[in-house]
Design a binder for this molecule. Structure first.
Ligand code: ADP
Ligand code: ZN
Ligand code: ZN
Length: 817
């Protein structure tokens, strides 16, 4: 009888592979476990088992596996189902999903080397047969690789054996077994057993009469022991006795104290004290009831609550109910780094039940979170995270909250899987028969449309908490301001006056500019040349602080030029402006005040955002300039004025979602103003004050915006009326991309006729020396999505067999955002 397993390999190939295993392995293995397998000539991968069976593959001879990596499944059957859905819906391989889904520690296999432990006397009689084999082998060789261990023992599952030998102190391993994941060990101490009797203790203290420092440490150890039954950390002992690690080490060396280690989680929250959640006001209470009612009938409810209406407090109540029932909750956020405020708020309520799943966390921290979720531990009952947390191994998920559901960063753009976390979360929730709440002050058109179609429930909350008025939004016409010379730098007199007033009242100000750097274009006054990135089709942005020209697409940078590269003229000017220039102007206009800046350049590093946000909260910054980072759910008490420096470059973006996005962004930024008693003020500077979107922003008219935009989407055949799939051809050779995408478009047109647009170069067609050209497939509602994808797949396959096009990458983006 022969046995086989199907596995997913973490590579872009679109199928599963079959390997052969022996009977024991077949009985041991379960779907969701990992095995190390060879693929290609020499590469070894961690592959995930999906099926154990007895059918040999037809076209190839199944290779043996190298070894088994897990003792229990690390991936659940729900997850495997979700991976399949993602790979089918978003047209990518399951291996690509696997890569995105697993913490990297699960993917990489480091080489493990086993050493003989020379420090220990080993009693050979205590070793089992297989243990002895390895022990003996190590008498001849000082180190062994895993492969060699398997050869010696004659089986592939050697992990338990190695673990036993480590425990018996026969061997040590360099690097942890197979994985990068290292449990964090905390040092503890206790008194050696020989001294625990009363006489022993007395003798010990007497013997230390001339070592008062050591004696002191011991006395404190007893005190700590008397205070609690908990194990005593070395760190705490040192602190309590005001001693040093040297003294403790002496005691350990003298065999008076015994040192031991216990595993702990890296991320731990201090707070034990849990605050009770806030009482809702009448409007919040009504909203909460309406959401619960709608969820009795529907799986998804859209919660449309204006900025600062107190949506978070409503979520908290929903979460509390799930916790009471022992269910897990997932709280999805667009960008976790920007939400320290929210996290600490939730920590106050839920304390240790909250786990944050964070891309900035280390490999190890992510593995710990993964395991806690899988084991349904209390400390991971609520998970808060960005889009990749939909991949966690939930077992009992009752509710998913998707905060700021309109945010486009929920869609992964590159690499595959190009999934939308909101839509994926809805699929995930169905598997558990759970519920989803989508929350936003400016819902995505698609979501609002679904609510109007009664596919989702809809609940509105139109009042700000504490009856604070919505901010007063005014448009400032830059054309007339420039004509009348009422501008100072990039500030209109209207905006300047408002800033002065706010500062005089001791209030804070937020200024929004969509670009970072000093100015996006440098131009020669003599010949008009402007320096371009050699790798991308964009001009280089001038950064004044570093005196550099930088490309925002590939990171290329050079020192600022002294003269024109084309004609040698020294007359270089800058055009357009970014956050850095605004910051500089502010420093000159308001030298007495503190100016801060929040953009990609000032928020690098693990705590980059937190530092700036805290400074602003603490009042160390009076005026904060920033990019769209400022729009994301921040709650500052003392901000009364928000200025948008230039609305036009948002509106003019060539994308069918540009108007919707501009509305959302400006409403969100405006929503930062006036969150307490005083009504906030918002000034939007623009050359087009009569633009429909700006008019709608200024009167807070979401419904009007929705009606206009949905009408346009209908007319021009865009989502939600048509689905879209974008196909991009990419290659470093311009002609190749042209020919390849022409061929693709022609083939697609045979099936889809006028519903194929392009091929067309995007506004920035070359990035990192690769040309991109796009084809858009529009799929009407009645057309089968499945068949459409099958046709695309077929065309893609024939494309791959054409020699001239080899090397041209095809990137498929379903529901392109
Ligand atoms: P949103 O998420 O809708 O923008 P938040 O939940 O951030 O609004 O609430 C805005 C502010 O009002 C926060 O500072 C919050 O603490 C406060 N708040 C909201 N609801 C309550 C309540 N029921 N009791 C006390 N404070 C509240
Ligand atoms: Zn020139
Ligand atoms: Zn570049």
């Amino acid at each position: 009888m022969s046995y086989f397993i199907d596995v997913i390999l973490p590579i872009p190939l679109d199928k599963e592979f079959t390997y052969s295993v022996n009977q024991n392995e077949a009985h041991f293995l379960k779907p969701g476990m990992r095995v190390a397998v060879q693929f290609g000539k020499s590469k070894v991968y961690a592959a995930l088992v999906t099926k154990i069976h007895q059918t040999a593959p037809e076209i190839y001879d199944a290779k043996d596996i190298e070894h088994i990596l897990d003792e229990v499944p690390i991936v659940t059957s729900h997850q495997l189902k979700l991976w399949s859905w993602i790979s089918e819906y978003y047209m990518c391989s399951k291996g690509e999903v696997m890569r995105a889904a697993l913490p990297s520690a699960f993917l990489l296999e480091s080489e493990t080397i086993i050493h003989r432990n020379d420090k220990e006397e080993i009693d050979e009689n205590l070793l089992k047969d297989d243990e002895f084999l390895l022990y003996e082998a190590l008498q001849h060789q000082s180190l062994l690789r895993i492969q060699e261990v398997m050869d010696i023992i004659g089986k592939k599952n050697v992990l338990p054996l190695i673990k036993r030998l480590i425990e018996k102190k026969v061997i040590t391993v360099q690097e942890e077994i197979y994985e990068q994941y290292k449990p964090k060990l905390v040092r503890y101490v206790k008194l050696q057993v020989s001294y625990t009797s009363e006489e022993g203790l007395q003798a010990l203290l007497d013997s230390l009469s001339r070592a008062p420092k050591q004696r002191d440490v011991l006395m404190h150890l007893f005190m700590l022991q008397a205070q609690s039954t908990k194990a005593i950390k070395v760190k705490d002992l040192i602190k309590a006795s005001n001693s040093t690690s040297g003294v403790v080490k002496t005691l350990i060396d003298k065999d008076i104290l015994e040192e031991y280690h216990l595993q702990t989680d890296r991320v731990q929250y201090e707070s034990n004290a849990v605050a009770s959640s806030k009482n809702l006001n009448t409007y919040q209470e009504q909203a909460l009831l309406a959401i619960k009612e709608s969820l009795l009938e529907k799986d998804v409810c859209l919660f449309h609550g204006v900025t600062s209406s107190g949506k978070t407090e409503v979520y908290v109540k929903l979460i509390e109910e799930q916790i009471k029932e022992g269910k897990q909750v997932l709280y999805l956020l667009p960008e976790i780094a920007l939400t320290t405020q929210l996290i600490s708020r939730l920590q106050e309520y839920f304390g240790k039940k909250l786990t944050v799943y964070h891309s900035k966390y280390s490999v190890n921290e992510r593995v710990e979170a993964w395991n806690n979720v899988k084991e349904s531990k209390e400390k991971a009952q609520i998970v808060i995270g960005a889009r990749s947390s939909v991949f966690l191994p939930f077992t009992n998920l009752g509710l998913i909250i998707i905060d700021e559901e309109h945010e486009s960063s929920f869609k992964q753009y590159d690499p595959a899987p190009r999934y939308h976390a909101r839509d994926t979360a809805i699929v995930l929730s169905k598997m558990f028969k759970g519920k989803v709440v989508l929350g936003s002050a400016t819902p995505a058109l698609e979501s609002y449309f679904n609510a109007n179609q009664k596919k989702y429930g809809l609940v509105a909350l139109t009042r700000r908490y504490g009856n604070v008025l919505m901010p007063d939004i005014n448009l400032v016409d830059l054309k007339t301001k420039y004509k009348r010379k009422e501008m100072k730098g990039h500030f209109s007199d209207t905006l300047l006056k408002a800033i002065e007033e706010a500062l005089k009242e001791g209030e804070q100000i937020i200024l929004f500019q969509n670009r970072r750097g000093y100015s996006p274009v440098v131009e020669c006054n003599t010949c008009g040349h402007s320096p371009q990135c050699p790798n991308c089709d964009v001009s280089l942005t001038y950064h004044n602080y570093r005196n550099q020209l930088r490309c925002h697409y590939c990171g290329y940078h050079i020192a600022m030029l002294q003269k024109c590269q084309a004609c040698g003229s020294h007359e270089l000017t800058t055009k357009g402006f970014g956050t850095e220039q605004i910051e500089n102007e502010l420093r000159e206009l308001f030298p007495e005040h503190n100016i801060g800046r929040m953009d990609q350049d000032t928020t690098r590093g693990k705590h980059g955002y937190e530092k700036i946000i805290t400074k602003f909260e603490e009042g160390e910054i009076d005026i904060l300039v920033g990019t769209q980072m400022l729009s994301k759910g921040l709650d500052f008490r003392n901000v009364t004025l928000v200025g948008i420096m230039n609305a036009d470059n948002l509106l003019n973006f060539p994308d069918f979602r540009a108007h919707e996005r501009s509305f959302q962004l400006m409403q969100q930024v405006a929503g930062r103003a006036g969150r307490t008693s005083k009504r906030g003020k918002v000034l939007i500077q623009t050359y087009n004050p009569f633009h429909q979107i700006l008019q709608q922003v200024s009167v807070n008219d979401y419904d009007g915006m929705y009606k206009d935009q949905i009408e346009e989407r209908y007319q021009y055949k865009y989502p939600p009326f048509y689905r879209i799939i974008k196909i991009t051809g990419r290659h470093k050779d311009y002609n190749r991309v042209n020919e390849a995408t022409d061929w693709l478009a022609k083939s697609l047109r045979m099936s889809f006729k006028e519903n194929i647009l392009g091929p067309e170069f995007p506004p920035i067609s070359r990035i990192r020396n690769q040309y991109n050209k796009n084809i858009l497939i529009k799929i009407p509602n009645g057309q089968s999505l499945k068949k459409t994808k099958e046709i695309i797949r077929k065309i893609q396959n024939s494309f791959k067999s054409i020699k001239e096009f080899s090397g041209v990458r095809i990137i498929i983006n379903v529901d392109n955002y």
